[in-house]
Write a protein that binds this ligand. Structure first.
Ligand SMILES: NC(=O)c1ccc[n+]([C@@H]2O[C@H](COP(=O)([O-])OP(=O)(O)OC[C@H]3O[C@@H](n4cnc5c(N)ncnc54)[C@H](OP(=O)(O)O)[C@@H]3O)[C@@H](O)[C@H]2O)c1
Length: 245
């Protein structure tokens, strides 16, 4: 059996219906797992044929009771990955008129990640794992993104804490750099092409990150029995070069 096999395992990806989460769900399925994807809405297979391979369950990570109910419904499983996050631009800036933006962002990213891990914990089988998802801004703060930086850094700290609290369940975080997903549809097509080109020519890996790149990293974290308490940067070397954003 391949050391990266998930045959016979059940994986739950919160946020797994699109973007990075979908890349992780597909990679886990390709490795042999049965995969449940959870997010706020059920999408029909007619609407998105890529979802045919997955069970879907509704869950709003900002609603603690709904999170608890969803994991009670899912029952026993092996690996939890939490990728969901608020839409681009919904965070509040430091000097915004009030603190609603940062409170909502922390609620959806930090408290939501906490809630998923908390209510999944009783259902995780021996040998299981939890993987959180942050982003390069956790380590490379950008002007105007204080809420995102703080929320990501808090998730990374939580991940280290839970590697101890939940042991021997392993707990890690993937910190992706730029990944070309629909999160970036806030840019025009021309702007997006130009950004991808800047990434391709600047990042040491010489290509824009894909959801497959993150999926591969997630399967590694689910299957390697000796990796826990780590933050795995999957950024094509973005951390080594000047910002292209
Ligand atoms: N793409 C990048 O370059 C990049 C880089 C670094 C970090 N990140 C971070 O990675 C995360 C995911 O990014 P992405 O590009 O995969 O975004 P995406 O394509 O917009 O996917 C977000 C997913 O989260 C779900 N979701 C949103 N709010 C939710 C909630 N309250 N409860 C449950 N599910 C919820 C959405 O489904 P529903 O609408 O059905 O709920 C969707 O499936 C974000 O936190 C982002 O900041 C992205």
């Amino acid at each position: 059996m391949s050391p990266l096999s998930l045959a016979g395992k059940k994986v739950v990806v919160v946020g797994g219906k699109s973007g990075i989460g979908l890349g992780i769900a597909r990679a886990a399925h390709a490795a042999g797992a049965s995969v449940t994807v959870a997010s706020r809405r059920i999408t029909s297979v007619a609407e998105d044929p890529q979802l045919a391979d997955f069970e879907q369950i509704t869950l709003d990570i900002t609603d603690e009771a709904a999170v608890r109910q969803a994991f009670d419904t899912i029952g026993s499983f092996d690996h939890l990955v939490i990728t969901s996050g608020p839409a681009f631009g919904t965070w509040g800036t430091f000097m915004a008129a009030d603190m609603r933006g940062v409170r909502d962002y922390m609620e959806a990213k930090f408290m939501g990640s906490w809630a998923c891990a908390r209510y999944a914990a009783p259902h995780l089988r021996p040998g299981g794992s939890v993987t959180f998802l942050t982003g390069g801004t956790a380590a490379r703060p950008k002007l105007g993104l204080a809420a995102v930086v703080a929320a990501f850094a808090a998730v990374e700290s939580l991940s280290g804490s839970l590697a101890q609290e939940m042991a021997p369940t392993r707990v890690n975080t993937i910190r992706p750099g730029y990944i070309d997903t629909d999160l970036w549809s806030v840019l025009s097509d021309d702007e997006r092409v130009a950004l991808n080109e800047r990434v391709r020519t600047t990042f040491p890996a010489r290509h824009a990150g894909t959801t497959e790149d993150v999926g591969h990293a997630a399967v590694f974290l689910m299957t390697n029995r000796y990796v826990t308490g780590t933050v795995l940067e999957v950024s094509g070397g973005e951390n080594l070069v000047p910002s292209v954003f």
